[in-house]
Design a protein around this ligand. Structure first.
Ligand code: ADP
Ligand code: MG
Length: 698
């Protein structure tokens, strides 16, 4: 049987079952073999009783001593007593609800057949009495006759558990995989990894790895199998980036920049602060990219408050000095508006024309902006994704900056990629991405990092407290002339419901703080309402801002010193860190107070981490471990960063191997035309050419 054979020809799978497999995106025998287990259960014998924790399965192999049927009032009970070779005994129990009308068949018929006296069986189940293993009772979940050859797939081993769809059971699935492994498919499958790498990294061959990933004989063998499969995935992806990167580098841009400083110097002089060393370094990196003959593709990462905006502004000013246009895109209207206001302030007196465009820009204003963009009258456009719509035409846009880029949806991002293909592109993120992830996700991207905060920042004291204590702190600070945020979580991911909830809380809080000026901010308010509220808060016309997480990104009010986060357990780590970053922006000591409601263990863990850690990078890494990178980067649906075997946190070392080996391969054989690379190249084309537009690989 060939690997490409449709699975409906596999023994036991017909067209109907094949439909179920389609839901798992399994069509061919090869797909099935590459559908790796989600996890494994240790169903080996010989563990001592104290190795069992209260949740673990009991695995027992023994002969049936006797069985017993007990009719009770509402349930029927069947019991089987088994004894193993060493004389240990277990009592197995099954229940069936009694049906009062018409039992036409014996509910325990099959069990009675399976559990005949002296028959040897494996039973797998849960202990009824958790404190006592031997001589005890178990509720059986699965049982298998000892003399069946297939039993060894399910019992007495590390047993694979698959993520399945309704209509398929793990038992069936294991047998199908076994069938697929039996048919000789693997023997006819060529090895795609070059032999020298297999031996250099001491990797299992593909057939060995596939067998072992489904039916490992030991944990060590499982680890070797996973290593091989993860390495293969990483190497393929890394090589695709490598090629893509070389190809982008040879794309020359048909425009160039000169550092004239006609705007940069006056900008710097009126800024009112010195750039940090980190900012200087990053600005240099960006200028070097801009002045180089190929398009820039750089990720700027820096913790909340590290000063990314002025760095971006420097890049944009360089474009404007050269008579080009630049655009900045932000994920929310509030943030776009805020950037716009910041730019206006920082550029006051300079000959730079800035405009803002969002989906709530009124028709007349919008028309005017579109015209001035086409004429080249506007130098810098700030906006939301409204900026990438088709009717927005620039005269000579050269630089695109994307703020908080991970907050854009997958669709918007790919649209953006299209729109900006030939531009200089700077993306910024304040959810700092661990280096491994940056490599994995942005393989074709250069990364700059702002590693220090501007001087004079106060560390933010973070603690958990009850609402009452939190409000005491708020009162104390506001009495000193400071301001505070009180944030409530999104409810059911709906801004509408959240708006209602936060409005109710707002009414209550007005009674808690009758002496202060309170304002409310949520996503259901109109753009101009939001602006007014923000402007009033920034101007200290209000003392306490009660809000949904709309304020999460970018808001910059130096006099605000308290951030109270209600129901803190409902926020992700990155959000908590972002929210905390709204305070501690000026010279005053600042506080972030988390008020948890009901904390589950993960929630508790998040709250503990945020209290103990200030380093955004560490928080980013923990967040991804808790949530998975896809969820954070919005790639879950897109499959952009889905590894089947690899795990970019656990398998850091393997990822580095892959990157090192990729570099070596591409240096020696950039077109992958050496005989030992041909099969690897074929696989690469199959996987990546279409989506990645790799030029001329075939
Ligand atoms: P983020 O990186 O979170 O986007 P911002 O760009 O909003 O941070 O900067 C946070 C605040 O720090 C802003 O008020 C900004 O003007 C200020 N800032 C930026 N760079 C410096 C610096 N070198 N010295 C002092 N303040 C700075
Ligand atoms: Mg920012």
């Amino acid at each position: 049987m060939a690997a490409s054979t449709h699975i409906q020809y596999l023994k036991g799978i017909g067209p109907a079952k094949a439909k179920l497999f389609e839901r798992l995106e399994v069509q061919t025998v090869e797909d099935l073999l590459h559908y790796y287990p989600r996890t494994y259960q240790d169903r080996r014998l010989g563990r001592s009783p104290n190795e069992y924790n209260s949740d673990s399965l009991v695995v027992f192999k023994g002969r049936v001593l006797r069985t017993q049927e007990i009719p009770a009032r509402s349930v029927l009970i069947f019991k089987a007593f088994l004894e193993d070779e060493t004389g240990n005994q277990v009592e197995c129990t099954w229940f069936k609800k009694r049906m009062y009308r018409g039992f036409r068949f014996d509910p325990f018929g099959t069990l009675k057949k399976d559990f005949r006296i002296n028959q040897e069986l494996w039973v797998i189940g849960k202990r009824e009495n958790k404190n006592n293993f031997f001589g005890n009772k178990i509720t059986v979940e699965e049982h298998y006759p000892a003399n069946d050859v297939l039993t060894r797939l399910h019992a007495g081993r590390l047993t694979p558990i698959y993520a399945l769809t309704e209509g398929l059971t793990n038992k069936q699935f294991r047998q199908f995989v076994y069938e697929a492994l039996q048919t000789g498919t693997l023997d006819s499958e060529p090895e795609i990894l070059p032999p020298d790498l297999l031996s250099k990294r001491k990797l299992l061959s593909a057939p060995q790895a596939l067998k072992a990933v489904h039916f490992p004989n030991s944990l060590a063998e499982l680890e070797s199998a996973r290593t091989r499969l993860a390495y293969e995935e990483f190497l393929l992806l890394a090589t695709a980036w490598g090629i893509k990167r070389t190809q982008t580098k040879i794309l020359a841009k048909d425009y160039s920049y000169q550092i004239k400083k006609t705007l940069l110097t006056p900008f710097r002089e009126q800024l009112g602060f010195e750039f940090t060393n980190s900012q200087k370094k990053v600005i240099n990196e960006i200028f070097k990219d801009l002045c180089s003959p190929r398009p820039m593709n750089r990720l700027l990462q820096g913790d909340v408050g590290s000063g990314k905006t002025v760095v971006a502004l420097c890049a944009m000013l360089l474009a404007v000095e050269n008579d080009y246009q630049a655009a900045l895109m932000a994920p929310t209207e509030i943030l776009a508006e805020q950037h716009f206001l910041t730019f206006k302030r920082l550029l006051a007196g300079l000959k730079v024309n800035v405009a803002v465009l969002t989906s709530s820009t009124k028709t007349a204003a919008r028309k005017k902006i579109l015209k001035e963009l086409a004429d080249g009258k506007i130098d810098i456009l700030v906006g939301t994704h409204a900026v990438i719509q088709d009717e927005v035409q620039f005269r000579n846009l050269r630089l695109a900056v994307i703020d908080e880029q991970h907050r854009f949806g997958v669709k918007q991002r790919s649209r953006l990629k299209e729109k900006t293909a030939k531009l200089d592109l700077l993306t910024m993120t304040a959810t700092p991405i661990p280096r491994t992830l940056a490599l994995a996700f942005y393989g074709d991207l250069d990364v700059s990092t702002l590693s220090e905060l501007p001087p004079g920042r106060q560390p933010i004291q973070t603690e958990t407290a009850t609402s009452k204590l939190a409000y005491d702190r708020v009162r104390e600070e506001v009495q000193k002339g400071r301001q505070a945020y009180i944030v409530f979580p999104l409810i059911e991911e709906s801004e509408k419901i959240s708006a209602k909830a936060v409005t109710e809380e707002f009414e209550k809080l007005k009674k808690v703080f009758p002496e202060f000026r309170l304002a409310i901010l949520h996503g259901q308010m109109s753009q101009s309402e939001k602006e007014t509220v923000m402007a009033d808060f920034a101007a200290h016309k209000t003392d306490i801002l009660v809000a949904t997480p709309v304020i999460e990104v970018g808001i910059d009010v130096k006099n605000a010193t308290v951030m109270v986060i209600e129901n803190a357990e409902r926020f992700g780590l990155a959000s908590l860190h972002q929210l905390r970053g709204r305070v501690g922006r000026g010279e005053h000591e600042s506080y972030c107070i988390l008020v948890p409601q009901h904390a589950g263990s993960v929630a508790r863990e998040r709250v503990d981490i945020i209290c103990a850690t200030r380093d955004g990078f560490k928080i980013g890494e923990r967040d991804m471990q808790l949530r998975g990178p896809g969820e954070i980067l919005g790639t879950r649906q897109s499959g952009e960063l889905e590894f089947k075997a690899g795990d970019i946190f656990k398998d850091k070392d393997i990822l580095y191997w892959a990157i090192e080996d990729r570099d070596e391969i591409l240096t020696k054989d950039p077109s992958l035309s050496a005989p030992q690379h041909l099969l690897f190249k074929k696989k690469l084309i199959e996987l990546y050419q279409q989506d990645w537009h790799l030029i001329d690989l075939s």
